[in-house]
Ligand binder design. Sequence first.
Ligand code: HEC
Ligand code: HEC
Length: 374
Amino acid sequence: MFRWTKPIVFAAALGVAGVVSAEQDASGKTGLGRAATPAEVAAWDIDVRSDFKGLPKGSGTVDQGELIWESTCATCHGTFAESNLFFPPLIGGTTEEDIETGRVASLTSPTQSVRTTIMKAISVSTLWDYIRRAMPWDNPKSLNDDEVYAVLAYLLNLADIVDYDFTLSDETIQQVQERMPNRNGAVFWEGLWRVDGEPDTHNTACMSDCLDEVVVSSTLPDHARNAHGDLAAQMRIVGPVRGVNALEPPLAGSIEDNIDAVRQHARATLDAAALTADGAAGSSVSSEETEAVTALLNDNGCLACHARDTKVLGPSYLEIYSRYGDGDDTGALVQKILNGGSGVWGPVPMPPHPNLSEADAERMVAWILDGAPQ
Ligand code: HEC
Ligand code: HEC
């Protein structure tokens, strides 16, 4: 949160740009920060509005867009923007009639389960703006303006809004807007937008014989109970919501009576000892080897970032074990330890270990994948 000291507000009110006060506020802090430079403001001020205010000059063809699409977008969204691997499909589900009416008819159909981006977009400016600021997802803002025009032209062609020889530009974009399939689809909810308008709910307050407390709960139908494995093992054990033990029949009794059982089962799903027992039972690593590997981990500084049962900077050995089990990932894990890397457990990288021998890294991995016996 920003906190403005009084002198800064005063300076701003006078229109004195760039003044930073060295005076202290009540908390004893000195005036922090500085005025943003015009270049910083320009880099941040990139929105394109539905009347195309903010749209830079430029152009791109469907053909050019196809090349960009294939090399930068198709891996996630599919060759024809039809994939639902990462996100609902971008294109599909609109008809020639929708383009005419400006209202995607199937949006109101109860049998239409997939809603693509082009079915919902009211304004082509939103797509232009979004692609420029946020895509490709793994490298946002890497496209220049002409490339944004081109790749959008390609998408619009896939949606039959423009022909294959169309050039999308700041001058032709208005024509596109007039063919957006859902351009007339915006609705205005009075109660949400106008504080002085009528609310859009019609609740009446209970004035007599009212419930003291409303308990909201849900039930799992029998046929769905174990459809996705043990739900308790997939939920956090903090916070108000617990998963049920879906491997057992439903608990009889009131919510209060069941709380302990649910909580206990949730804890058991996290119990490191349970994992150890599992790992140690079939353990093929001898206790001498365990001792030797523990010394290696210590000597090579692994313990600064990894503990057996708890996450430190890196995942715990038991977490690594439960992810890879005794599968055949040894080679990859050895290379990861030697070369470092990130992204499997989060953005924090593991540094490389150039002085560690491959043989020692293999012993470490063998021990981890054996359930990190103690
Ligand atoms: C690494 C995967 C990935 C790549 C590559 C990628 N996208 Fe996306 N795209 C996503 C994800 C994930 C979302 C949803 C993001 C969100 O909602 O926060 C998305 C959303 C979108 C949306 C908005 C959909 C909506 O209805 O809100 C558009 C348009 C889009 N991408 C276009 C592109 C274009 C054009 C490219 C290539 C320049 C591209 N994407 C490359 C993963 C990717
Ligand atoms: C400076 C901190 C740090 C040190 C030191 C460190 N690690 Fe890591 N380690 C991490 C982080 C962070 C990750 C998660 C990386 C990721 O998300 O890909 C990780 C991941 C791992 C993984 C799992 C890799 C995967 O792909 O899932 C193994 C196995 C591992 N470390 C073993 C070791 C061993 C053995 C050592 C000592 C030779 C060591 N680490 C030293 C921080 C460290």
